[in-house]
Ligand binder design. Structure first.
Ligand SMILES: *[C@@H]1O[C@H](CO)[C@@H](O)[C@H](O)[C@H]1NC(C)=O
Ligand SMILES: *[C@@H]1O[C@H](CO)[C@@H](O)[C@H](O)[C@H]1NC(C)=O
Ligand SMILES: *[C@@H]1O[C@H](CO)[C@@H](O)[C@H](O)[C@H]1NC(C)=O
Ligand SMILES: *[C@@H]1O[C@H](CO)[C@@H](O)[C@H](O)[C@H]1NC(C)=O
Ligand SMILES: *[C@@H]1O[C@H](CO)[C@@H](O)[C@H](O)[C@H]1NC(C)=O
Length: 816
């Protein structure tokens, strides 16, 4: 048994080995086959620019031989086949097999018995036919002297297999009736057509469908002038690397994408043997295909998941809901999660009664299979047409690339709708006039309820404030210390901050408000004022003064001095006009200001600042509360680490310590620190890793939500990383500016930093090195804290936790 397996393996090995030997020894460097030559197994032709190669191949785990086209530059062991000729008729014996061109212009594959296994078709004949492999990956049969694409006798771009290459038209020619669509391989080792296809269905208004047999699996929606209505906007589809076109006229409908620079990027869309649509890009630095778009991306992509008039929204629980003003058709089934029956209007439409149109903003447009359209009509004209047609149920504009243009009309039920918010479109749905009226009435009611709740809330807050004030009165703070820092007189600070005017307040730090000020000599300062109610603040204040006064680095915020007078305690810093990092990366509009070069600079700056703390400063300092809101940005967007209230110094060779005072911020704390109070430079490295992933993705680790899984940002990043899909993590805003290899490198460094075991995490000096060099990075292991979102919300027995669910630094105190 074992020996026969070994023998099989050996044969397989020989086959693979022999075929690669063939490839190596083949000396053909031509890009064409003419009538007086042919190619046999082992020989290939290569496109003129060297991008593609055509020859015989065997899929993995198969000894069948096929004629195919693959990328020439990509290493043989990841041979990526983009087209197969005889996909349904494999050759099992390739001795004396020939691929040749015959008159009047046919490219054909003959087997050892001189039978035609596969051939191209032509309706014309030419004098001197040749088959040429173009650098686009298109294999064409044409007259040797005629390069006009219109005159090609045959081209493989008209008969794709599972791959959509740049410049290939996917769609339908209405004159000839010929349809160009993708069909998946049956399995990874059988290129025969499988069940899954992807095509542009021109019924109604054209849309792209993925089908299994005749069943629609998903629908990316009609083209809206910019993109497919239901398409996510992943990093690179927005990018300047690509251009997209959708052409729809009397003669043809097709979709085509092109590259702006063919020498820098290899890209393809493929329908996999299990029906996924995936767009890949080759990244030379990593020598891998990286996926940056996958359909279905989540459950909401499932066709008709929420039935008629149901809308899918990843942000809600459950994900299916009725459109506003619609109710479940069968409430009991709906409650049980059987959404297929869908929803109906609360007030049914009646043609004899008055109606209105209600705007539903931000949706993927419903199935357009039964739609009518007019490309020139205005939106108002569209409304009128829909209004006068009794069976019309909704309308929207056809093209939003330049304001609203054209008209799309729906008749009957609306299906396969999904909430997309800002990247979605507006659809106007016909509604009974009475429905709108009753809604207005209930709004008024709601407003009253809201007002009452608000008053109650205010009263509660007031009560709490009074209690706090009373408590404070009962306590006396006493504290004195000697500082080696410049002391500012209170009067100077009062003047600089306009008497702590509210207008000067720029934030609320861990232990009190922060004010902007201008000293008499014009220097701008930030004043951190210890709030008198804060008990905890005193220690932190002292701590901060002790540590930061001794530190000097361009990536650490600089302390200019302090001010102690009576009960007032203040720290004076250099002023950072751009506030903190979190106000940029997590903000829908301000994140545009941080392009990739800036973000990469920020990642590197934080790394250097932290390295200085850990190794290069006189004290070895563990920050313990590194997070986005503790990184300030100067005018040039250079990062400066701030807030040393929680910092601890470790001496000599000591790398860490244990504490019962676990302080830090949820989402940034390493497992060994949060759970056991073990802190070390490696717990800072963990926080740094979280920060890197947040900077790349523009999303917060804590509070991260994803429909497909219950993981936080770390878990999500890890999952994508394992699937080779790391690019999907990157913030959409980076599309135009990103350097793919830097993005991938940063993500991997981030994942290395958040590994479960402290010993696995790199030191900050390796981090700085890894970010700066193109060297190969180690593989990341599983991150710590990536599944349970709310490890603290449960509370931990035996420790007194004062944890808050919000963004603020939390402290777990031991009783003194
Ligand atoms: C392949 O075909 C050749 C010629 O027809 C024949 O000699 C050879 O035995 C065949 N090989 C196999 C494995 O069938
Ligand atoms: C193969 O068949 C064609 C006719 O179909 C003939 O012209 C050709 O000579 C044959 N080739 C061989 C090698 O027998
Ligand atoms: C070849 O073309 C002819 C006419 O152009 C057509 O009738 C025939 O079905 C085609 N054959 C194949 C295999 O496509
Ligand atoms: C295209 O990419 C190559 C390789 O990255 C680069 O050298 C070249 O300058 C680019 N051309 C344009 C027009 O951007
Ligand atoms: C589209 O609308 C325009 C203007 O409203 C009208 O003139 C034209 O006939 C319409 N086209 C079709 C095909 O209905």
């Amino acid at each position: 048994m074992a020996s026969s397996m070994e023998a099989n393996f050996f044969i397989l090995f020989l086959l693979v080995f022999c075929s690669s030997i063939h490839n190596i020894i083949s000396t053909t460097t031509t890009d064409l086959i003419s009538t007086n030559q042919f190619i046999i197994d082992g020989e290939t032709i290569v496109s003129s620019g060297g991008t593609f190669e055509l020859g015989f191949f065997s899929p993995s785990d198969s000894s069948n031989r096929y004629i195919g086209i693959w990328y020439k530059q990509i290493l043989p062991h990841i041979q990526t086949v983009v087209w197969v000729a005889n996909r349904e008729k494999p050759l099992t014996n390739t001795s004396s097999v020939q691929l040749k061109v015959t008159k009047p212009g046919i490219l054909a594959l003959f087997n050892d018995k001189n039978e035609t296994i596969w051939f191209t078709n032509t309706s014309r004949s030419v004098q001197n036919p040749v088959a040429v492999l173009l650098d686009s990956g298109n294999l064409v049969v044409k007259d040797a002297n005629d390069n006009n694409p219109e005159d090609f006798l045959w081209q493989s771009f008209n008969f794709p297999t599972d791959t959509h290459l740049p410049d290939m038209k996917l769609g339908k020619n209405f004159k000839t009736g010929h349809e160009v669509y993708l069909s998946a391989w049956k399995s990874d080792n059988d290129p025969a057509p499988g069940e899954f296809t992807r095509n542009i269905d021109p019924t109604g208004y054209p849309q792209v469908l993925t089908k299994r047999g005749t069943d629609v699996l998903n629908r990316i929606g009609p083209w809206n002038g910019l993109r497919w209505s239901g398409a996510p906007i992943p990093l690179l589809t927005q990018s300047r690397l690509y251009t997209f076109q959708f052409i729809f006229n009397e003669e043809e409908v097709y979709y085509i994408f092109s590259l702006t620079n063919y020498s820098s990027v290899l890209s393809r869309i493929v329908i996999t043997s299990n029906g996924d649509i995936e767009r890949f890009m080759w990244v030379e630095q990593t020598k891998r295909w990286h996926s940056h778009y996958k359909l279905p991306a989540d459950n909401c992509d499932t066709y008709r998941l929420c039935g008629e008039h149901g809308s899918c929204d990843l942000g809600t629980q459950p994900i299916c809901g009725c459109l506003d003003k619609f109710v479940p058709k069968y409430p009991q089934q709906w409650e049980k999660g059987d959404w297929t029956t869908g929803c109906v209007r609360r007030t049914p439409l009646d043609c004899n009664r008055e109606h209105v149109f209600i705007k539903y903003p931000g949706f993927k447009l419903p199935d357009t299979k039964h739609c009518q359209y007019n490309k020139t009509m205005t939106l108002e004209g569209c409304r009128q047409v829909c209004s006068t047609d009794c069976s019309c149920t909704a309308y929207s504009s056809l093209d939003i690339s330049n304001g609203d243009k054209g008209c799309l009309l729906w008749f009957g039920e609306l299906v396969d709708i999904r909430k997309l918010s800002e990247r979605g479109q507006d659809i106007f749905i016909k509604m009974d006039y009475l429905e709108e009226e009753s809604e207005a009435g209930s709004k008024r009611k709601k407003a009253t309820i809201l007002a009452v709740s608000f008053s109650l809330l205010m009263a509660t807050i007031l009560l709490i404030l009074i209690l706090l004030w009373y408590k404070r009165k009962k306590k006396k703070l006493k504290h004195r210390e000697d500082f080696e820092l410049p002391l500012f007189p209170l009067a100077t600070i009062t003047r600089a901050t306009n008497n702590f005017s509210l207008n000067n307040k720029i934030g609320e730090g861990g232990f009190g408000p922060v004010y902007k000020g201008v000293l008499e000599e014009g220097q701008e300062i930030a004043v951190k004022r210890l709030s008198r109610t804060s008990m905890q603040g005193i220690d932190e204040y002292k701590n901060e003064v002790i540590y930061i006064a001794k530190l000097q680095h361009r990536n650490l915020v600089r302390l200019l001095g302090c001010c102690i007078q009576g009960e007032e305690k203040m720290l004076i810093y250099e002023y950072m006009p751009n506030n903190s990092l979190d106000s940029y990366i997590f903000d829908q509009t301000k994140n545009k200001l941080l392009d990739w070069p800036k973000r990469f600079n920020i990642i590197n700056g934080i790394a250097r600042g932290l390295l200085y703390l850990h190794q290069d400063s006189r004290l070895r300092i563990i920050h313990r509360d590194l997070k986005a809101s503790n990184v300030l940005l100067d005018t040039e967007m250079n990062p400066k680490i701030s807030d040393f209230g929680m910092a601890r110094s470790v001496t000599g060779n000591e790398m860490g310590a244990k504490t019962r005072n676990v302080v830090g911020t949820h989402g940034y704390m390493s497992p060994e620190y949060a759970v056991d109070g073990m802190f070390s430079v490696k717990s800072d490295v963990f926080s740094f890793g979280v920060l890197v992933l947040e900077i790349v993705s523009g999303k917060k680790n804590r509070g991260f939500m994803h429909q497909d899984h219950n993981l936080n940002l770390l878990g999500h990043a890890w999952k994508l990383y394992k699937d080779d899909r790391s690019l999907e993590l990157a913030d959409e805003q980076l599309a135009d500016s990103c350097n793919i290899s830097q993005v991938l490198r940063s993500i991997q460094v981030g994942l290395l930093c958040v590994q479960q075991h402290p010993d696995d995490r790199p030191s900050m000096s390796s981090v700085v090195h890894m970010l700066a060099n193109e060297s190969l990075l180690p593989k990341a292991k599983e991150p710590g804290f990536f599944t349970e979102r709310n490890i603290f919300d449960e509370g931990k027995s035996g420790s007194q936790t004062r944890s808050s669910k919000n963004e603020f630094t939390i402290t777990m105190l031991d009783p003194r």
